[in-house]
Design a protein around this ligand. Structure first.
Ligand code: FES
Length: 185
């Protein structure tokens, strides 16, 4: 039997099919690389440590301010840290009325907003004024030695987070997780 050589037309058809296959595979590869790259970007933390929207370390639990100390102002993190015998609270510095920056008044022993006079207790609870709710809070986390989260503020209630017993535990405020204050009654 003699082998027959495919006609030139058939040969070029085969080549075209191969070319199409290669082109298709190449496009698939490019698509996968793009999807992988986008996934990688989304898996990266959006904010750096110490940048508003990210986490702010308060250091070791042993360095926390004592119970009922004047609120600690954190301008970069835009929060006030207060500590009652119930635990720690990080209050977002923006008034829940129209967004002015309220401040702690030592003499009155409360937070007062300079714009329309809303007042809030040491833990951010609404007292009086046009603000529709208590002050908003950020989630506070207690971290273990490997950076694992051992405890954090309940994101539903925003209740004060008990101070950790372990004096070496690291405490941080996550300014990317805001909890709306309770609406006034
Ligand atoms: S913005 Fe604070 S009371 Fe109006």
């Amino acid at each position: 039997m003699t082998e027959t050589t495919p006609p030139a037309e058939e040969q070029s058809a085969l080549t075209r099919r191969e070319l199409l296959n290669y082109a298709w595979l190449a496009s698939l590869g490019v698509l996968l690389v793009n999807v992988g790259g986008i996934g990688f970007l989304f898996s990266m933390p959006r904010f750096k440590q110490g940048e508003f929207g990210g986490a702010f370390s308060l250091g070791r639990a042993s360095n926390l301010p004592p119970v009922d100390a004047p609120p600690a102002n954190n301008p970069k993190g835009k929060f006030w840290l207060t500590r009652t015998d119930q635990g720690l609270v990080a209050l977002y510095k923006v008034c829940t009325h129209l967004g002015c920056l309220y401040a702690w008044r030592d003499q009155e022993g409360k937070f007062i907003c300079p714009c329309h006079g809303s007042q809030f207790e040491y833990d951010g609870t609404y007292i009086r004024g046009p603000a529709p709710r208590s002050l908003d809070r950020f989630v506070i986390q207690v971290l273990g030695p490997d950076g694992q989260v051992l405890a954090e503020t309940d994101p539903e209630t925003g209740a004060p987070l008990p101070t950790p017993d372990d004096a070496d535990a690291i405490v941080q405020v996550d300014t990317g997780r805001k909890i709306l204050g309770k609406r006034r009654g």
